[in-house]
Design a protein around this ligand. Structure first.
Ligand SMILES: NC(=O)c1ccc[n+]([C@@H]2O[C@H](COP(=O)([O-])OP(=O)(O)OC[C@H]3O[C@@H](n4cnc5c(N)ncnc54)[C@H](O)[C@@H]3O)[C@@H](O)[C@H]2O)c1
Length: 327
């Protein structure tokens, strides 16, 4: 029984941000229509190392994509070990037999599918003519968030804020080199004031974007909070906003809403929809220019498996990867 091994280099050659946005949007549609199985991710915490890992299975019934991702989050990795904060491995299975089909690097897939979810959310929730984007945090997720938003919007002004100046500078020079867009490096307050879209991608555990700083009509992709106790936004922003989550079980446990919910500052009735309900047309997206919208992303296994499936099918077509007799 042959299993296809795909390295990070293989995945990077095969993956495309545009196709990933389409696959992720389809996956959210399938979820909204009840055509996806996806138990919430389960966590193992390495408290003594400030890290954790999660196991994330999913099955998309229409495309027959099935599999599981194992992914860690260790925020000290870049500074202490010269390794990424987030690393992942994905195994795809044949739904008919349960046999493993492929084992691949899921790190790039995690970053790209997270950017894609941000773009899908912004497509349905941000004002169509959004031009000014503020990125809070300038790490791996911030890069794919920009790449994906850049596919949907005509970004004219990009502002970046990171507590580590060197990270913001590196980010700015990379984006300038690749896209010719110049970036304003600034503090969080100045970055978010008057922005059309704000994206937060930090691992913080107390709010860094305050209510007074954000204008009516803004859309916020809250990406960083994906474990219990994490939050990036002043809960007063959530009280003003139309809140869209990716999944109730995950978001209430570990998303941007988890801390305000546990403190009784927010209730389930305050949540407008899951993104899949909006993509599948069951609930409305943005309905006025002035409303504030927030997408609370925790990252769903359906995003990973849809993207990994796309990569696997392309690899088969072009004959990329290494086949091994695993079993
Ligand atoms: N929602 C999802 O699907 C999803 C997917 C992957 C990662 N994440 C989460 O996103 C976060 C970022 O992941 P990453 O891979 O980009 O990590 P990263 O380490 O590459 O980048 C994080 C950046 O945030 C900056 N930062 C930290 N504290 C800050 C602060 N107070 N103000 C401004 N900047 C600050 C860091 O200096 C760093 O540059 C993590 O919390 C991770 O768990 C979420």
């Amino acid at each position: 029984m042959k299993v296809l091994l795909l390295s990070r280099a293989d995945v990077e050659k095969l993956i495309s941000i545009r196709e990933t946005i389409e696959a992720v949007e389809e996956a959210f549609r399938a979820k909204g229509l009840g055509k996806a199985q996806m138990p919430p991710k389960s966590y193992i915490f390495f408290n003594r190392y400030d890290g954790d890992f999660r196991v994330m299975p999913a099955y998309l019934e229409d495309t027959e994509a099935a599999g599981v991702k194992i992914v860690n989050v260790h925020p000290q990795n870049p500074s202490k070990h010269g390794m990424p904060t987030v690393m992942a491995t994905i195994v795809l299975l044949d739904p008919q037999t349960g046999a493993p089909l492929a084992i691949m690097d899921g790190t790039t897939i995690t970053n790209v599918r997270t950017g894609a979810a941000g773009a899908v959310a912004a497509k349905h929730l941000a004002r169509e003519d959004s031009r000014v984007v503020a990125l809070i945090g300038a790490g791996a997720q911030a890069m794919t968030q920009f790449l994906a938003l850049n596919e949907i919007f005509k970004i004219e002004e990009l502002r970046v804020s990171d507590k580590v100046e060197a990270n913001a500078e590196k980010y700015a020079s990379e984006v300038k080199k690749r896209f010719g867009i110049s970036i304003k490096l600034t503090d969080v307050k100045e970055a978010v004031q008057g922005a059309d879209i704000i994206v937060t991608t930090t691992p913080v555990k107390s709010p860094i974007v305050m209510n007074d700083w954000v204008s009516e009509g803004v859309h916020i992709n809250a990406i960083g909070a994906d474990a219990p106790g994490k939050q990036e936004l002043d809960p007063k922003i959530l009280k003003r906003a139309k809140i869209v989550i990716d999944n109730w079980e995950q978001a209430s446990h570990s998303g941007e809403i988890n801390v305000p919910l546990s403190k009784g500052m927010l209730a389930r009735e305050d949540i407008h929809a899951e993104l899949g309900e909006i993509v599948s047309g069951k609930k409305s997206g943005r309905t006025s220019r002035d409303e504030i919208t927030v997408f609370d992303s925790t990252g769903l296994a359906i995003q990973d498996i849809a993207t990994a499936w796309l990569v696997y099918k392309k690899a088969e077509k072009v004959g990329m990867g290494t086949e091994v007799e695993l079993l």
